[in-house]
Design a protein around this ligand. Structure first.
Ligand code: SAH
Ligand code: SF4
Length: 382
């Protein structure tokens, strides 16, 4: 079987090259061709020894994912649906902003956590993506965007693991992908600009803090165990007291001095001012006296089987105000790229189901409420 070179971080590729009797610097050259220049054809790797190119041919390849659909919004947001075989598809979304380009990518086909408000959760778990399939989303998007925007410069400056799946339940495959994102011989992203979003797999958060401490976002969604048990079933295994302690431990190694809590606003479920006050109590019990977290309020993206509704804008603003008045920086994601959502509904059956992850990501812009500010929220490109 041919080896997919996208499955390797630099260490892995070095091992592979050494196994073929090649030195480490050859692996570095190869790694740069693949990830920095986006080249898949060994013959085009002009400064690579001919003997190595011959060895590679037949033994290895750079395996891209097949694109099932690509939608470009008028605001520049681009959504790709990739075929990962066996009837599974995963999604990546590029969100351009003035000072950055963010790519949101998937870590699994489906998800086993089964959050009530998440269509991926309702779909169930299909399988883990391989390292090569995770990194292929970035490899493809960066290559496409440079061509599309006629750019020689890097286009993607930030990566968020907020697509389909729970990244920390695919830790073994995630780690080499993260290392490749950070590697100066590959994408060279700073640890502050790569974010892992998790529903709270406590032991894996600790591992990540040691192995590759990138920025962390934790999907909180509720201030109490009673409510979180219902929304994020994993809470029964890792209740809030353990999750908060794990966040506190992570902070010591985190590239930023805060952790982001994601909070999906569900009408009449978790969106009352009382919930906001409980959240303040919860976070103030940790992190010492300092402000150590930010809240990102996400408007719920409804889907038929959920039986849930999106909180009103007024409710969301009141909720945000309670948090920000307590000194907690709170952002509200606002939708964007509506035109490609419409097109999304035209995708066929099975595929349509799997596009909803991207819908909620693709339509985002952020409103930032500054702590204690009295003025109206400002829209900020973050
Ligand atoms: N599994 C990880 C990362 C993928 S989900 C996690 O749960 O953090 C990325 C974010 O989208 C999470 O914060 C998740 O709670 C949120 N989300 C899921 N379904 C949503 C929906 N229907 N509407 C809005 N946000 C949703
Ligand atoms: Fe999985 Fe995240 Fe969806 Fe929960 S919100 S089901 S953890 S993808």
């Amino acid at each position: 079987m041919t080896v997919n070179l996208l499955d390797f971080d630099l260490e892995g590729l070095t091992g592979f090259c050494e196994g073929m009797g090649e030195k480490r610097f050859r692996a570095v050259q190869l790694f740069r061709w693949i990830h920095q220049k986006g080249v898949a054809d060994f013959d085009a790797m002009s400064d690579l020894a001919k003997s190595l190119r011959e060895k590679l041919r037949g033994a290895a390849e750079v395996t891209a994912l097949a694109v099932l659909s690509q939608q470009i919004s008028s605001d520049g947001t681009i959504k790709w649906l990739f075929d990962v075989g066996g009837g599974d598809a995963v999604e990546a979304v590029f969100i351009p902003e003035d000072d950055r380009g963010t790519l949101c990518i998937s870590s699994q086909a489906g998800c086993a956590v089964g959050c009530r408000f998440c269509s991926t959760g309702h779909q169930g778990f299909s399988r883990n993506l391989r390292t090569g399939e995770i990194i292929a989303q970035l490899w493809f998007a960066e290559r496409f965007l440079r061509h599309h925007l006629h750019s020689d410069e890097r286009v993607i400056s930030n990566v968020v693991m907020m697509g389909m799946g729970e990244p920390l339940q695919n830790y073994g495959e995630l780690l080499p992908a993260l290392r490749t994102m950070l590697d100066d011989h590959a994408y060279g992203l700073s640890r502050r600009r790569v974010t892992v979003s998790t529903s709270g797999i406590v032991p894996k958060m600790d591992l990540l803090s040691q192995d590759c401490p990138v920025a962390l976002a934790v999907s909180l969604h509720a201030p109490t165990d009673a409510l979180r048990d219902k929304l994020v079933p994993l809470n029964k295994k890792y209740p809030l007291i353990e999750l908060m302690a794990a966040c506190e431990r992570y902070l010591e190694f985190a590239p930023r001095d805060f952790i982001t809590f994601e909070y999906c606003m569900l009408d009449g479920v978790n969106d009352q001012p009382e919930h906001a006050r409980q959240l303040i109590e919860l976070v103030q019990a940790y992190g010492g006296a300092r402000t150590w977290c930010k809240f990102n309020l996400i408007p719920f993206n409804p889907f038929a089987q959920s039986g849930l509704k999106r909180s009103s804008t007024e409710q969301t603003l009141v909720f945000a105000r309670v948090l920000s008045d307590a000194g907690i920086v709170t952002t509200i994601r606002k939708t964007r790229g509506d035109d490609i959502d419409a097109a999304c509904g035209q995708l066929a059956g099975d595929v349509m189901d799997r596009t909803r992850v991207g819908e909620r990501i693709a339509r985002q812009r952020t409103i930032v409420l500054h702590p204690l500010a009295t003025h109206q929220p400002t829209v900020q490109e973050t």
